[in-house]
Design a protein around this ligand. Structure first.
Ligand code: NDP
Length: 328
């Protein structure tokens, strides 16, 4: 199946329906060679959007990606590159994180250096910052766009009220408005996206680059019998994620995974493809950002594009029924 491209909201920017991100893996779980193979596999399959953040592996994820992009020989115009500021990178001073004008601009400059690029296609505010007036953040983003260091800006995990506050500032001062939100969205985490944020996306013409379509791998069934040694949840540094995914409520989720797996088997498709295809079915999703630590995982997941027609209204209704009982 050839890769479809979707517009990011009402902008002219087009991203591949499936994209690829560096969280946890680049500069941390996997070596540079594997990262390179993953990026090339993705690009060769038509992926044109690569996602990163200043905080991923304390900046190393951007360094690894920047090196791969530099050596790739790919035209800069052939891909869309994003990063995010808020959590900071290797340093933790009071002005080295957050969404103050100082950190947004210094953080962006550091992202550009690590990624070895003149501009980012999208710079996200990785979280809302209660310590900074929204006007200060929005003006800093606008200025980066006017300077050509950033082409578009977005929010990540902002509430509807926070996004609307940013738009109110943009309307008042004629600043560049955010074009995209990056929320978590998967069969276990859908309520905020569907109920709170979708009306805002429609009203404001925003697109979405959704994260953790497999709930960190839970939706592949790999955690049904415990935590495999070569998985992210086995990593010491990710104990917080292991606790979150295997703690309270995990049994209900694992039981649901088994139901999803039964359904996938009945329909004749691998579970990871089913879970990713479900995300793609939502027209408010501009792109599903995939993560992978192995090339085989990526090949498997790219196959979601081939099975879209198996998600009939009947299958979608069955997925919905299982999901509604457990999803946040
Ligand atoms: P997923 O939920 O898809 O999890 C990916 C992980 O699941 C892989 O690294 C792998 O883990 C496992 N996996 C994937 N495919 C398979 C398969 N076919 N079979 C078995 N296991 C599989 O996505 P991520 O959580 O990685 O998120 C994707 C991207 O979203 C990130 O890279 C980042 O760019 C973005 N993101 C943004 C956030 C934000 O706050 N804005 C937060 C988090 C992510 P393992 O190595 O354990 O095998």
């Amino acid at each position: 199946m050839t890769m479809p491209y979707r517009r990011v909201g009402t902008t002219g920017l087009k991203v591949s329906a499936l994209s690829f991100g560096a969280w946890v893996t680049f500069g941390n779980q996997i070596g540079g060679d594997v990262a390179r193979d993953l990026m090339h596999t993705a690009y060769d399959a038509g992926v044109n959007f690569f996602d990163n953040a200043e905080t991923y592996a304390d900046g190393r994820a951007e360094t690894v990606m920047g090196e791969i992009l530099k050596n790739s020989g790919w035209r800069r115009s052939s891909y869309v590159l994003s990063s995010k500021v808020y959590f900071g990178a290797e340093s933790e001073g009071p002005n080295e994180m957050g969404l103050s004008r100082k950190h947004v601009i210094e953080g962006c400059h550091a992202c550009l250096r690590r990624l070895q690029t003149d501009y980012l296609d999208i710079l996200f505010c990785h979280r809302p910052d209660p310590d900074t007036p929204v006007l200060e953040t929005v003006r800093a983003m606008h200025d980066l766009i006017v300077q050509g260091k950033v082409l578009y800006w977005g929010t990540s995990e902002w509430s509807a009220a926070e996004i609307n506050a940013a738009f109110a500032v943009c309307d008042k001062y004629n600043f560049h408005a955010p074009i995209v939100e990056q929320p978590q969205y998967n069969l276990f985490h859908r309520t905020r996206f569907e109920r709170e944020l979708t009306p805002v996306f429609k009203e404001r013409g925003m697109g979405t680059t959704i994260w953790s379509p497999l709930a960190s791998g839970l939706l592949t069934g790999k955690y049904n019998e415990g935590v495999p040694a070569d998985s992210r949840l086995h990593m010491e540094s990710l104990e917080w994620l292991r606790k979150r995914l295997t703690g309270f409520g995990a049994e209900k989720k694992l039981a649901a995974v088994k139901k999803y797996a039964d359904l996938a088997a009945r329909v004749g498709i691998p579970l990871p493809r089913l879970a990713i295809a479900w995300c793609l079915k939502n027209p408010q999703v501009s792109t599903v950002i995939m993560g992978a630590s192995k090339v085989e995982q990526l090949h498997e997941n790219l196959g979601a594009l081939d099975i879209m027609d198996k998600l009939t209204p009947q299958v979608m209704a069955e997925l919905d029924q299982i999901s509604r009982a457990v999803a946040e």
